[in-house]
Design a protein around this ligand. Structure first.
Ligand SMILES: [Zn+2]
Length: 270
């Protein structure tokens, strides 16, 4: 090979490398702008959750750990971490948030015996809290498990026939898919005690699979938990922005909102 040819080849190689780098930088900048634009779009609609009463329900707790990961991770800890962050996001936007639990506790009476009876009482109290406070939306946070370790990504569930619940679930599912880019799932209808007995739209959000080793690690990472909470929040904001009726028409709800104001809190922590 002549030295001129080698030189020309080297020059071309350098050019190609520079071009590839430029393309990568351009993609990165476009993505960054998209994320910023997405955030601004959500913030512009954040008014929609003001004065809405929203129940954030971190699934399981206390003697009920929920699903477990190979590394010892417990569903109840992940749901609480994400639930707290979600409550803060919603509270900062002006929603009145009721957390069903804020510690590693169950809602059933300590005197109640038997796992099934305890679970029933625990779920009944979560539902009662939402119904008694005339909540506008119920968000139950969970973590999925499967016998297939490769399965990953978020999945939302709604009560069959609940059009509003389905709309909320679709917005939340879309935001989680956009944030993590690991699933193309759609909301699934399921007849569950919580979604059946709450008198407002309810969504069960399975934030990922604890049985997937990589995802279990991510689900325990505070940054990932914050991103999951932020995605759910964005879905909720878009859902309420789409709903036409304004909050506070119900005198019973006015009373609930007044109680929040008197206690000078946006997030009620039992
Ligand atoms: Zn669960």
């Amino acid at each position: 090979m002549s030295p001129t040819f080698i030189r020309a080849f080297r020059v071309r190689k350098r050019h190609v490398a520079a071009l590839v780098a430029l393309v990568f930088i351009a993609f990165y900048l476009v993505r960054l702008c998209e994320i910023r634009a997405g955030r601004q779009a959500v913030e512009a609609q954040a008014w929609s959750v003001a004065n809405r009463v929203i129940v954030v329900d971190p699934g399981h707790g206390g003697s009920d750990p929920g699903a477990a990961g190979k590394d010892g991770a417990l569903e109840k800890d992940i749901t609480l971490a994400i639930g707290r962050r979600l409550a803060d996001c919603l509270g900062q936007a002006g929603a009145m948030v009721l957390l069903t639990r804020e510690a590693d506790t169950e809602l059933s009476d300590p005197a109640t015996t038997g796992q099934a009876a305890k679970k029933r009482e625990d779920l009944t109290r979560r539902v009662d809290l939402a119904n008694a406070n005339r909540a506008d939306l119920y968000l139950s946070i969970h973590v999925n498990s499967s016998s297939s370790p490769g399965r990953r990504g978020a999945q939302t569930f709604v009560q069959p026939g609940s059009a509003a619940g389905k709309m909320a679930a679709e917005f939340i599912q879309a935001e989680l898919a956009e944030t993590f880019k690991n699933t193309g799932r759609r909301p699934v209808e399921v007849d569950h005690f919580i979604t059946r007995n709450t008198s407002m739209p309810a969504v069960i959000v399975e934030t990922g699979y604890i049985t997937n080793e990589a995802e279990a690690k991510l689900l325990q990472d505070p940054d990932y938990q914050a991103k999951a909470a932020r995605a759910i929040y964005a879905g909720v904001v878009k859902y309420f922005a789409r709903m036409s009726s304004s909050p506070g028409e119900d005198p019973g709800k006015e009373e609930v909102i007044k109680t929040f104001r008197e206690n000078q809190t946006k997030v009620y922590r039992p």
